[in-house]
Design a protein around this ligand. Structure first.
Ligand SMILES: [Zn+2]
Ligand SMILES: [Zn+2]
Length: 407
C-alpha cells in the first residue's frame, strides 16, 4: 500500500513520509499509559539497528557555503546493513552533525569528495584531526577527483591540508595516540564515465563528470544489495547524471537558491544571481526537470537555505517541472531505504553527546615521540608540584594505577 502524507517538520517541507510501506497503516495508534510509544516517528541516533537489507542515509549538511547553525554545508552519510559507512562530501560545519549521530569515528573512515569547494570538503581537517581526538584509530581514506592541473586535484588539496596542520599534528605526538593521522588519498580521473572508484564488501561506488565552476567536479552513485544511491555534489544538469543516476532509489541533487532569493535575501546583483543560480548551479525548476528525467523512487533537493518562507517558494518552482516523490532536505533528515519502503524522518539529537570509544582498545600515546619545549618555555613554567602530586595521587587511587608525577 502506498501512503502519502503531507506535513511540516520544522521548516522542512516533506511531501512523503513513506513510500510503498504499510507500517503506518498496520500499527495500532492506541498507546499504553506506561509503555514506550510503538512509533516515535523520529530517529534517535544510536537506538535503531540497521536491517541487513537496509540503507540509511542521513543529511549532515544541506545548506550553502555560508554554514549556519541550522544548516551545515554539503554532507551526506550512507550507512549500510553490511556495516559499511560512507561520507559523501564533508562541507564546513558537517563534522558537528556527524558527531551528533553518535557513531564511533573508527567507522567514519571513508570520505568521497565531489569537488574541492570548501562547502564540500571544508571540514575534512576537522574529521581528520578531530577524529583522532575523538578516538579514531584507523587511517582516514579519501576519494576525490583530479582536474586539468595537479594543483586543482584532491591529492594536492589533502597534501596541503596536512601541511597546514603541521604544527597541529606535531603537537599531538607523544600526547595522544596518532595512528588515526594516517591518511590515504585515492585521486581518480574526473573524466571517468561511470568508472568504478571503490569496490569492497559488495559495495560499488562509481563516479561520472559533473559540470560546475571549473573542470574537476564529479557526481557519485553507490550500489549495494540492489539499492542505488545517487549524489550529484554540485552540477549543472548533464547527460551523465541522466544516464547513470536514472532510476536510483534515492537521488540527491543540488537545488540551488533561486535567483530571486539570491537578490532579495542575499543582496546579490541580479546578473550574478542569474549566472550563479542557473549557469554554475541547478535552479529549482531545473532540478525538477532533472528529476522528471531521472525518475528516482525519492528525489532529494539540497543546497538552499530551507526556511519557512523559502521552502514553499522553492517547492513551487520544482513543481512546475516535476510531480514525483520529493523531500526538501534539512540537516538531520534521515532516509531509511529498503526495496519496499523509503521512510523519511528527522533525527532528534542529543546536544550533550560525547565522542564514542574507539572500536578497538584505545592505545596510549608513545611518550618517546613527544617533541617537547625549548628551555626558554620550560624556564617559564610555574610548577604547582603539590597540587599536581595530589591530582596524580587521586587518579591513581581512583583507577588503581601507579603513575608517577613527571619531574
Ligand atoms: Zn561547488
Ligand atoms: Zn556547493
Amino acid at each position: 500500500m502506498r501512503v502519502i502524507l503531507s506535513f511540516l517538520i520544522g521548516a522542512a517541507l516533506i511531501s512523503i513520509a513513506s513510500f510503498g510501506g504499510s507500517h503506518l497503516v498496520k500499527e495500532a495508534y492506541a498507546q499504553s499509559p506506561t509503555q514506550a510509544l510503538s512509533d516515535r516517528d523520529a530517529y534517535y541516533p544510536g537506538t535503531e539497528d540497521i536491517a541487513s537489507d537496509e540503507m540509511r542515509v542521513t543529511a549532515c549538511g544541506t545548506g550553502m557555503p555560508n554554514a549556519r547553525p541550522k544548516q551545515a554545508a554539503a554532507c551526506f552519510l550512507v550507512e549500510l546493513g553490511n556495516g559499511d559507512k560512507f561520507i559523501f562530501d564533508i562541507g564546513t560545519g558537517s563534522m558537528e552533525r556527524l558527531t551528533g549521530l553518535a557513531i564511533p569515528f573508527d567507522y567514519l573512515d571513508k570520505v568521497f569528495i565531489g569537488h574541492l569547494h570548501a562547502d564540500h570538503f571544508g571540514d575534512l581537517d576537522a574529521l581528520w584531526v578531530g577524529g583522532v581526538i575523538s578516538n579514531r584509530q584507523r587511517p582516514l581514506r579519501v576519494w576525490g577527483p583530479n582536474s586539468t592541473r595537479p594543483e586543482y586535484g584532491t591529492a594536492y588539496a589533502v597534501d596541503h591540508m596536512e601541511k597546514m596542520l603541521t604544527w597541529d599534528s606535531a603537537s599531538r605526538l607523544g600526547n595522544v595516540n596518532t595512528q588515526g593521522l594516517q591518511i590515504e588519498v585515492n585521486e581518480f580521473d574526473y573524466r571517468g564515465v561511470n568508472q568504478v572508484i571503490y569496490e569492497e564488501n559488495g559495495v560499488t561506488v562509481r563516479s561520472f563528470p559533473a559540470i560546475h565552476a571549473l573542470d574537476g567536479p564529479v557526481s557519485f552513485t553507490l550500489e549495494w544489495n540492489d539499492l542505488k544511491f545517487a549524489y550529484s555534489s554540485d552540477t549543472y544538469p548533464n547527460k551523465w547524471w541522466m544516464e547513470f543516476a536514472k532510476g536510483a532509489d534515492i537521488a540527491i541533487h543540488e537545488c540551488f537558491l533561486p535567483p530571486a532569493l539570491l537578490v532579495t535575501k542575499q543582496k546579490w546583483p541580479v546578473q550574478d544571481a542569474l549566472n550563479v543560480g542557473t549557469q554554475v548551479h541547478t535552479s529549482p525548476s531545473m532540478f525538477g526537470k532533472v528529476m522528471s528525467l531521472t525518475e528516482p523512487r525519492l528525489a532529494v533537493a539540497y543546497h538552499f537555505f530551507n526556511d519557512f518562507d523559502t521552502a514553499p517558494f522553492v517547492e513551487r518552482q520544482i513543481r512546475t517541472t516535476y510531480d514525483g516523490p520529493l523531500a526538501l532536505a534539512v540537516d538531520y533528515m534521515v532516509f531509511n531505504v529498503t526495496k519496499d519502503d523509503i521512510r523519511v524522518r528527522m533525527a532528534s539529537i542529543n546536544e550533550d553527546v560525547w565522542p564514542l570509544p574507539s572500536v578497538t582498545d584505545k592505545l596510549p600515546a608513545d611518550p618517546s615521540q613527544r617533541i617537547g619545549f625549548t628551555q626558554f618555555l620550560i624556564e617559564g613554567r610555574e610548577v604547582f608540584q603539590d597540587v599536581i602530586n595530589k591530582i596524580y595521587d587521586d587518579i591513581n587511587e581512583e583507577f588503581g594505577t601507579n603513575i608517577s608525577t613527571p619531574n
